[in-house]
Design a protein. Structure first.
Length: 81
């Protein structure tokens, strides 16, 4: 479904349509509304380029959870580390 953003709103934001699409994809990813692959597709960019956009906005690419940390600690214990 196409989304129409009025030209006046883009001008006020200082964005062209392409920049608005990338901004939208970054913000949806940051809010947890899109996965990284989905946001990359929405932005119509390579994964590397999209990750650079995220870094430039100080949006973390990976967000480990407490469960991830617990799993890592358990793996280290099993390895004897």
């Amino acid at each position: 479904m196409p989304v129409v953003i009025p030209d006046e709103a883009l001008r006020e934001a200082g964005l062209n349509p392409r920049e608005a699409l990338v901004e939208f994809a970054c913000r949806l990813f940051d809010a947890g509304k899109l996965t990284l692959p989905s946001a990359v597709r929405l932005a119509a960019m390579s994964r590397v380029a999209f990750e650079q956009e995220l870094r430039s906005r100080r949006i973390p690419i990976y967000r480990p959870t407490l469960k991830d940390l617990e799993d890592d600690m358990e793996s280290l214990k099993r390895l004897g580390i």
